[in-house]
Design a protein around this ligand. Structure first.
Ligand code: IPM
Ligand code: MG
Length: 352
């Protein structure tokens, strides 16, 4: 079990350390951890947010445990040198096109949600976000218009093949859940989205057991706070998935609770190669204070065991330990409590 650990910036190292402690507590055969530099930390040390040696380390591992990247001191660097390029580069260069972002209500957290408890209680959804295309990876630039103004532009595009492969991932995921899939697009305005919708409908023919519907992204954002219980599996593009997953996290109570898995096609001995990271960012405002919630990172490690190592039972154990921590009322600062990063790690270990 070769795991490359890339803690990154801000609270990344603190939360990743707790996830590593959890992995080390389980009796995992042949567990080997390597640590690599990413983000602003890597830029400072190697002059690049995703150094070649980090990429090589990821390629040689069965899975990557990723913290967070982002640092305000880098906001004025050329885009190619900004910390975010580390995670974008790993996603694209390793072909990790399928991003799974589950959002489930934890028992006892209903009152922490931004929604009313009776509405929040219903949340049990999975966002399948496409991760290698869209406006994220299109050509981009800035230039000066004839009238002297500057103009910034980013090309948004999806090929049929890119849509087809993420649609298959989403339909298969829906089959393991309650067999309802919602595809989110903006087909009333964007050609990219019309193609997306057409291809998703074509792929649906291969999954007659899954009920498919379509929502425009503005309506989806509204429905997600109005009645999130209506959603089971959601499939959407890179940009819409980025936005809707942050929104879903506050419906659950805190962005410090949502894990993610980014998967491609490379197989490992017992599963599939993946990169696992909390959906939150580097939170520079609280970095180094021991206040960050490590539960999203710990839940990301659980997803890793399930998808890359075929260890569903260990993943279940971690997930139930986290659920019990929250049910027992142990809460971090993000949820109005006083448990620090390390305390939350200890609480999970105790229940394991
Ligand atoms: C996420 C993050 C990233 C994204 C950033 C850090 C590039 O917001 O994983 O959701 O936009 O995908
Ligand atoms: Mg995001």
């Amino acid at each position: 079990m070769k795991i490359a650990v890339f803690p990154g910036d801000g609270i990344g190292p603190e939360v990743t350390a707790e996830a590593v402690r959890v992995l080390e507590t389980l009796d995992l055969p042949g567990l080997t951890l390597f640590e690599g530099d990413v983000g602003a930390a890597a830029y400072r040390r190697h002059g690049h947010p995703l150094p070649e040696e980090t990429l090589t380390m990821a390629r040689e591992a069965d899975a990557v445990l990723f913290g967070a990247v982002g640092d305000p001191s880098c906001d004025n660097l050329p885009r190619g040198h900004r910390p975010e390029q580390a995670v974008l580069g790993l996603r694209s260069q390793l072909g990790l096109f399928a991003n799974l972002r589950p959002a489930t209500m934890f028992e006892g957290l209903e009152d922490a949600s931004a929604l009313r408890p009776e509405i929040a209680r219903e949340i049990d959804l999975l966002i399948v976000r496409e991760l290698n295309g869209d406006v994220y990876f299109g050509e981009k630039g800035t230039h000066t218009l004839p009238d002297g103004q500057r103009e910034g532009w980013d090309r948004m595009a999806y090929s049929a093949g890119e849509v087809r492969r993420i649609a298959h991932t989403a339909f298969r995921a829906a089959q393991t859940r309650s067999k309802r899939l919602t595809s989110v697009d903006k087909a009333n305005v964007l050609e990219t989205s019309q193609l997306w919708r057409d291809v998703v409908i074509e792929v649906a023919a291969e999954y007659p057991d899954v009920t498919l519907d379509h929502l425009y992204v503005d309506n989806a954002a509204m429905q997600l706070v109005r009645a999130p219980g209506q959603f089971d599996t959601i499939v959407t593009g890179n940009l819409f998935g980025d936005i809707l997953s942050d929104q879903a996290s506050m419906c659950v109570g805190s962005i410090g609770l949502l894990p993610s898995a980014s998967l491609g096609e490379r197989e490992t001995q017992h599963g599939i190669f993946g990169l696992y990271e909390p959906i939150h960012g580097s939170a520079p405002d609280i970095a180094g204070q021991g206040k960050a919630n490590p539960l999203a990172a710990i839940l990301s490690a659980a997803m890793m065991l399930r998808h890359s190592f075929g260890r569903a039972q260990d993943a279940d154990r971690i997930e139930s330990a986290v659920a019990r921590v929250l049910a027992d009322g142990v809460r971090g600062f993000d949820l109005g409590g006083e448990a620090g990063t390390r305390d939350l790690g200890d609480a999970v270990l105790a229940r394991l």
